[in-house]
Design a protein around this ligand. Structure first.
Ligand code: PEP
Ligand code: MG
Length: 537
């Protein structure tokens, strides 16, 4: 039994087998091989693994999305066994004495190019499929086994680091816990772990030899145990059962009001990153959604999500919440949330760079598409729109002007929408200090304490070295929150908190005393916060 100490992200325990996540190779390197036949044996073994993965994906898709949509994976299998495709790979390995990864990648590129040149639209569409199967083969050859669908039992996922775009694309039902070498507790990957309700530990010197071995992640202490002995396993299993019992007790608060003993009602909403998180919100009895991080729709996608795709997602969330409030934050891309297809330039200071509303006001076609989708979806529920990273009244006026233009366009086209509430995130010191003026322009404020702490204390929330002094309880942050609540109310705006601090029950009393109207927290924190509010006088 070996024990390692890291830093915890979420208090829970997981027991399971270790799986190593390797990043997708973006560039396959050409390597000389001495023994072409041995390389071909290696390739054939990888092909069998990839075919088995496709079998599993097909079965899963069949159950989840039906035979028509699952059929593409049958096509992938056929393509992977196509004689011309395989001959090209074998010939390259034998003729040029090169590694299998390179032969597969080059063959994939050639075939994709060939398909793309064809007149027939069906054949053109096969270009993407041949790239897909080649990437799958390369991933297996690189020993990555990154395909989460290929996993049987859920696993403890270990990685050097995880970007939000990688985390959102994972099959969440297959992950028991995250353990990473790098990362900070305020990063979006950490936030995602909390949303997913799974224990996570960072700062562990992970080793590949742990792959496949049994581990325990103790999110209470930040400990990771490899090959636990029987006694430890029994102790931890008992701790897990204890957790479940506490969780069970909290479920008695479902359906109860979030109200103090003296009758002060708090709106207790949830933070989500996508449609699939709504189930957790309903399970935990969220009274609404106070922050839908819409940028995760963009992070999940390989190209700009279309108006139609976004409309469907927003509509589904609004409908599933059945008339309860759903605050959708417009695109907050940039900084740690990077998407290749935006082609953002590398910046020295991305947290203070070209991001969020700055991009939307600059690249208005992206913004307008999102606003159209949101307004169209507003007809199906109770949607509010919130703009992120605001630093001036001017930005709010400009954003609202564009929103009005999009509404006018919809009216002209006889497309229905509702008059949505408009709010802003307060996450910069500038917004705090002009909150009195800002309140006159909006219906609500939502305080983003994650960024507000970062910008108030001048501490990069991504930097693990500064984790210990990234202090959201700093008086400067708490006084900012008080100022924002007072100014918001003076201007007639309701005020909430949607940063992680909103879930900190050691501060619930302080927030209520300051006059907070709403708290929006990860779904798993809804019932603990309700309990804290109900215990207040
Ligand atoms: C925040 O900054 O507090 C916030 C809620 O936004 P995000 O964490 O997505 O930056
Ligand atoms: Mg923020």
């Amino acid at each position: 039994m070996e024990q390692y100490q890291g830093k915890t992200i979420f208090n829970k325990i997981a027991i399971g087998k270790v799986f190593f996540y390797q990043k997708k190779e973006t560039q396959v390197k050409r390597r000389h091989v001495e023994d072409a036949e041995a390389e071909i044996v290696r390739f054939n073994a990888a092909k069998e693994t990839a075919l088995a993965q496709l079998d599993q994906i097909y079965e899963k898709a069949l159950k989840e999305v039906g035979a028509d949509n699952a059929a593409v994976f049958e096509v992938h299998k056929m393509m992977m066994e196509d004689e011309d495709y395989l001959d090209s790979i074998y010939n390259m390995i034998r003729g040029e004495l090169i590694n299998a990864e390179y032969a597969v990648a080059a063959t994939g590129d050639n075939f994709a190019e060939m398909f793309a040149q064809m007149d027939d639209a069906y054949m053109q569409a096969r270009a993407a499929d041949v790239r897909d199967i080649s990437e799958r083969l390369v991933a297996v050859l690189c020993g990555a086994g990154t395909d989460m669908h290929a996993l049987g039992e859920p696993v403890i996922l270990m990685a050097d680091d995880l970007a939000p775009s990688e985390t959102v694309q994972m099959d969440k039902s297959k992950i028991l816990s995250f353990v990473t070498r790098h990362g900070s507790s305020n990063s979006h990957t950490a936030i995602l772990a909390r949303t997913m309700n799974i224990p996570a530990v960072i700062g562990i010197d992970i080793r590949e030899e742990w792959a496949g071995r049994t581990a325990i992640v103790d999110g209470y202490t930040g400990t990771v145990i490899i090959d636990p002995d029987e006694t430890t396993l029994e102790q931890m299993s008992a701790k897990m059962r204890d957790d479940e019992r506490k969780q069970q007790l909290l479920t008695e608060l479902r359906g109860k009001e979030t109200i103090t003993k003296s009758g002060k009602k708090i709106h207790l909403y949830a933070n989500i990153g996508g449609v699939s998180d709504v189930a957790q919100v309903l399970k935990n009895d969220g009274e609404g959604i106070g922050l839908f991080r819409s940028e995760f729709l963009y992070l999940e996608s390989d190209t700009f999500p279309t108006e139609e795709e976004q409309f469907k997602a927003y509509k589904m969330v609004a409908q599933n919440m059945d008339g309860k409030k759903v605050v959708v934050r417009t695109l907050d891309i940039g900084a740690d949330k990077q998407v290749d297809y935006f082609n953002l330039e590398k910046e020295d200071n991305p947290a203070m760079g070209y991001r969020a509303i700055r991009i939307c006001l600059d690249r208005q076609e992206i913004f307008r598409t999102q606003l159209r989708a949101l307004l169209r979806a507003s007809a199906f529920g109770n949607i509010s729109i919130m703009f992120p990273m605001i630093i001036s009244v001017q930005e709010v006026l400009e954003s609202k002007r564009i929103l009005e233009e999009v509404k006018a366009e919809l009216r002209e086209q006889n497309i229905p929408y509702k008059d949505v509430e408009v709010g802003i995130m307060i996450e910069t010191p500038a917004a705090v200090w002009i909150s009195e003026e800002l309140a006159k322009e909006v219906d609500f404020f939502s305080i983003g304490t994650n960024d507000l702490t970062q910008y108030t204390l001048a501490i990069d929330r991504q930097n693990p070295k500064l984790d210990n002094i990234y202090d959201s309880h700093h008086p400067a942050v708490l006084r900012s929150i008080r100022t924002v609540i007072e100014n918001g109310h003076k201007g007639g705006a309701w005020v909430g908190i949607c940063g992680e601090l909103g879930a900190d029950t050691s501060l619930t009393e302080t927030f209520v005393e300051m006059g907070i109207d709403e708290l929006s927290v990860s779904p798993s924190f809804i019932l603990p916060v309700r309990e804290a509010v109900r215990n207040l006088c």
